[in-house]
Write a protein that binds this ligand. Structure first.
Ligand SMILES: CC(C)(COP(=O)(O)OP(=O)(O)OC[C@H]1O[C@@H](n2cnc3c(N)ncnc32)[C@H](O)[C@@H]1OP(=O)(O)O)[C@@H](O)C(=O)NCCC(=O)NCCS
Length: 312
């Protein structure tokens, strides 16, 4: 085998919807400010007793069911998250236990909002190296646990949720080469520090970096996959801000692609945003099966990672 591919996806969001109007009763903000600056209309917030591993398990269970796999065949579980409360066990081990898997390798990856693209790259690499055959790749966050609900500059941005993908060996490289990296001089620009957090960021400098530096890196992802941006059928960028997503997709020249805009109804869910947005597009069949889709995450670190996959 020479490659790997995504065969199925699944996602989970908590029931509780938090609207902009409700936020305006909690802090000095407005639906108009939030929609015009970030594009978010509403987001989902987990219940106090709804844990990161529970959300991850619910998304993973759907992905495994959609893949039609025997759970015992999964030999690699990788979870991207930056909001786990416990130091050990990791979320991957807890998901493996909840799902009743055999004896999979179980690792967590923490690169915040770029986490899913990093995790997917490690699954692809493990499969191509012959060290795994069927992988579960999950992005999950409960950012509401790490948010200062009196700080209007951050609490209006975040949401909770999970997305998962099943990845298997394939004759072709249907998960393309990863382009990944970080910006050490801006490593403190997005932070969740200490035992309580909260989530903080230098919003403007991250915004400038994302809109000026990332289009070229996203272009490199396409080049490494041997594609032109106009060949893309879908673009799923990290869902932080519609004012970053739309210009980035435009500057890239992805003129024929469906652009994921799940931020509107989910807010910024960090590592969960890409698999959740992709899973929804696939569920609604908005991207044709087999079409190339650019996945590209960026955030805390500052870190970034992306690859082009074939849509399942
Ligand atoms: C965070 C972000 C939405 C803020 O938008 P912005 O246009 O830069 O807004 P600013 O922080 O400059 O604030 C502008 C004004 O709105 C005010 N403001 C901030 N949050 C507000 C809110 N929720 N409601 C109303 N006013 C608000 C500020 O106090 C400021 O007021 P002032 O001009 O009187 O000082 C934007 O910077 C961003 O998206 N950054 C990148 C985020 C990102 O991609 N992170 C990486 C992944 S997590």
């Amino acid at each position: 085998m020479t490659g790997s591919r995504v065969v199925a996806l699944g996602h989970y969001q908590p029931e509780r919807v938090l609207t902009n109007d409700e936020l305006a009763t909690m802090v000095e903000t407005s639906d108009e400010w939030i929609q015009s600056r970030v594009g978010i209309r509403e987001r989902r917030i987990a219940a106090p007793d709804e844990s990161v591993d529970e959300m991850a398990w619910r998304a993973a269970d759907k992905a495994v069911a959609n893949a039609g796999l025997d759970k015992d065949e999964i030999d690699y579980v990788v979870v991207a998250t930056c909001t786990a409360i416990d130091r050990s066990p990791n979320i991957a081990a807890r998901v493996a236990a909840r799902l009743g898997l055999g004896n999979p390798a179980a690792i967590d990856v923490n690169t915040a909002c770029s986490g899913f693209a990093y995790a997917l790259a490690t699954a692809d690499q493990a499969i191509r190296a012959g060290d795994a055959t069927k992988a579960l790749v999950i992005g999950v966050e409960k950012l509401s646990d790490w948010t200062d609900w009196t700080d209007r500059t951050t609490c209006v941005l975040i949401g909770d949720g999970a997305g998962a993908a099943v990845v298997v060996a394939s004759d072709e490289r249907e998960i393309g080469p990863v382009v990944w990296g970080s910006v050490p001089e801006m490593s403190d620009a997005v932070r969740i520090e200490g035992r309580e957090g909260p989530f903080q960021q230098e919003g403007l400098s991250v915004f400038r970096w994302a809109t000026t530096q990332l289009p070229e890196i996203a272009q490199q992802v396409c080049e490494k996959a041997g594609l032109k941006p106009e060949d893309l059928g879908g673009v799923v960028l990290h869902q932080a801000n519609l004012r970053i997503i739309e210009p980035l997709a435009k500057r890239l020249g992805a003129v024929n692609a469906v652009i994921a805009k799940d931020v509107v109804e989910s807010g910024n869910t960090s590592a969960a945003s890409i698999p959740m947005a992709l899973s929804k597009l696939v569920e609604k069949r908005e991207i044709p099966s087999g079409a190339p889709v650019l996945l590209f995450g960026f955030g805390g670190g500052l870190s970034y990672a992306g690859q082009v996959i074939r849509c399942p």
